[in-house]
Design a protein around this ligand. Structure first.
Ligand code: NAG
Ligand code: NAG
Length: 567
């Protein structure tokens, strides 16, 4: 049969609709110029570039695998916590998960909502994301004249959250709010050398000191990712200049062997103590050195060389082994004798992920790369053991690690010395000290005691498991992350959310009336990314700020390099 459509000419012209149709279809496949959310490009996916993102038109991938099923369970946990927050604490900062009430502990602007935006986007909760936008659009970041916004927390949580949600969704209003807030916080830099003051009133610009007149290293060096990205998006020079001035101070500071102290003098910008640490006073400063270099397309060599210095100081001076199980841990040192405190904080469990990220990106020698990875894996093992040792399945917030007997020097457990001795012996067993398989121990038999036995829903251990899984593809980290999630579900779930715990030693553990916003921003996000079968937020395109808000890696244009004197 020779059927010919009557309305098409029989000549070659009849192919025109087909050709045009195919061209149109292929055009829809062109990548939109945003960093990919997914590790693998998928046909048909386009970032919503208009004001109203549409739901994704396809079912979740790999629904059949056990890991995707587990990722869905994490999403369920997020929805449980977020719904409880909306029901009992909307427009306030955090939910009180036992009394079903609210608390305003970070400026009262609705912190948990802002910190949940990117998590919702990543978990494909588009409707909840859209519902939050009118509330954000309304935000004015006002404060009564007697109250002050803590600079560090406001930057990493609010500013980081808004910028991340903007970069994922392309919603311009989120950038406008980030720009508002970024500008309102600038008076914090009006100090003799530009080190940020502890807190600022966003309306009057008045500033206030914290409990100490000195500046913590973490507070001075944990605003560069946010402000540099904001400078890149807005072209506002002052954003870049204020935060880079602090980097210049660090590059010129007289600091021995890369051991940047935890406190700095506001009036002279000189070291104010001789403590070197990766704990609470310093943690994210180490992180932002490496991550600034990564975020700006590996263009800022100043940041890179500062990280290389601080990381080798950590490895050479802060890593110790316990005598019994040979647990590798990181502590802090002080004084001219560099005396170790043997205190190990849960907060420091971010370090294995950071070291692994550095080992995979920095120009290190093969030996150094291996040393950084050994340190990363050994430390993450210890973080895991401090969870597995306890009946609740969760780890204490702060520990004192056992010292070596008859060791007046205090240095006998130093890890690098043990690694050197092991190498001299010909590397017996092929596994360096601190990385052997480790058995769990009951109370009273452990090589550490809890200094603070609480569990605060903190992210650092699962953050490192997530990064190590991404970088090594060793399933052990996923298995451990799953065990942590099961313990969180069993021990911390309440009718309206999840609660911190008074003690990890027993099960059921005693609950406390608090659900920090970082549980929504960080802990559940990292668990979701750890289990998801899609490689969401691939590390070659995104950098997580210290509150787990991903920012897209970008490159400075030539005109920006000239404008900001970047070389
Ligand atoms: C925004 O603010 C206005 C004025 O205060 C208020 O009437 C409105 O309900 C707010 N909208 C949202 C979504 O919070
Ligand atoms: C995976 O990691 C665990 C914990 O560090 C280690 O014991 C195991 O040997 C690793 N497996 C592989 C295949 O490297």
């Amino acid at each position: 049969m020779n059927y010919v459509r009557p309305w098409l000419p029989k000549t070659k012209l009849r192919f025109i609709p087909l050709v045009l149709g195919s061209a149109l279809f292929l055009w829809t496949l062109l990548p939109y110029p945003r960093p990919p959310l997914h590790g693998r490009p998928r046909p048909g996916f386009r970032y919503p570039h208009e004001r109203h993102p549409r739901p994704r038109p396809y079912p979740p991938p790999h629904p059949h695998t056990i890991w995707q099923e587990r990722a869905e369970q994490v999403k369920g946990a997020f929805l449980h916590a977020y719904d409880g927050y909306l029901k009992y604490a909307a427009s306030h900062d955090e939910l009180l998960p036992l009394s079903n009430a609210a608390v305003d502990n970070f400026n009262g602007w609705g912190l948990s909502l802002v910190e949940s935006l990117d998590t919702m986007w990543i978990m494909d909760l588009q409707e909840d994301f859209m519902d939050a936008l009118p509330v954000i659009a309304n935000m004015t970041f006002d404060l009564p004249s007697t109250e002050y916004a803590p600079f560090f927390e406001t930057v990493i949580r609010y500013l980081g959250g808004l910028l991340s949600a903007y970069s994922l969704s392309g919603e311009p209003m989120l950038l406008a709010r980030a720009d508002d807030l970024g500008r309102m916080l600038l008076p914090a830099f009006n100090t003799p050398h530009g080190l940020p003051t502890y807190a600022v009133n966003t309306v009057t610009g008045a500033t206030r000191q914290g409990w100490s007149s000195d500046v913590l290293w973490a507070e001075a060096l944990s605003c560069q990712l946010e402000y540099k990205y904001l400078a890149h998006l807005t072209g506002r020079k002052e954003y870049f200049e204020h935060v880079e001035r602090i980097m210049d101070l660090m590059a010129l500071a007289e600091v021995k062997d890369g051991m940047f102290p935890t406190k700095w003098k506001m009036d002279t910008a000189e070291p104010a103590n001789d403590q070197f640490s990766v704990g609470a006073f310093a943690d994210s400063a180490h992180e932002y050195l490496l991550k600034q270099w990564l975020l700006t397309g590996q263009s800022e060599s100043k940041a890179r060389s500062l990280y290389m210095k601080s990381a080798s100081a950590i490895i050479n001076h802060l890593l110790y082994l316990t005598p019994n199980r040979q647990l590798l841990y990181v502590t802090d040192i002080s004084g001219s004798s560099r005396w170790p405190s043997h205190i190990f904080e849960h907060l420091s469990c971010f370090l294995p992920g950071l070291l692994a990220l550095g080992a995979h990106t920095l120009p290190l020698s093969d030996d150094d790369r291996q040393l950084h990875m050994w340190a990363a894996e050994g430390l993450a093992n210890t973080c895991w053991i401090t969870y597995a040792d306890h009946k609740s399945g969760l780890g204490p917030d702060e520990m004192v690690m056992e010292d070596w007997d008859e060791d007046p020097s205090g240095y006998k457990g130093r890890w690098v010395d043990h690694v050197k001795a092991w190498k001299r012996k010909g590397s017996p067993g092929g596994v360096p000290p601190g990385l052997q398989g480790i058995e769990t121990k009951a109370r009273g038999q452990r090589d550490y005691t809890a200094r603070r036995g609480t569990y605060l829903l903190r992210p650092e251990a699962v953050e490192s498991f997530c990064l190590l899984w991404r970088l090594t593809r060793n399933e052990t980290w996923r298995d451990r992350g799953w065990a942590v999630f099961e313990s969180i579900e069993r021990e911390t779930k309440t009718d309206s959310g999840y609660s911190t715990l008074g003690s990890v030693e027993v099960s059921p553990a005693p609950k406390m009336n608090s659900m920090p916003s970082f549980f929504l921003a960080e802990t559940l996000k990292y668990l979701y990314l750890l289990f998801s079968e899609e490689e969401l937020i691939p590390l070659e395109h995104w950098v997580f700020n210290t509150e787990a808000h991903p920012l897209p890696i970008f490159e400075w244009a030539d005109w920006e390099k000239q404008r900001y004197h970047i070389n």
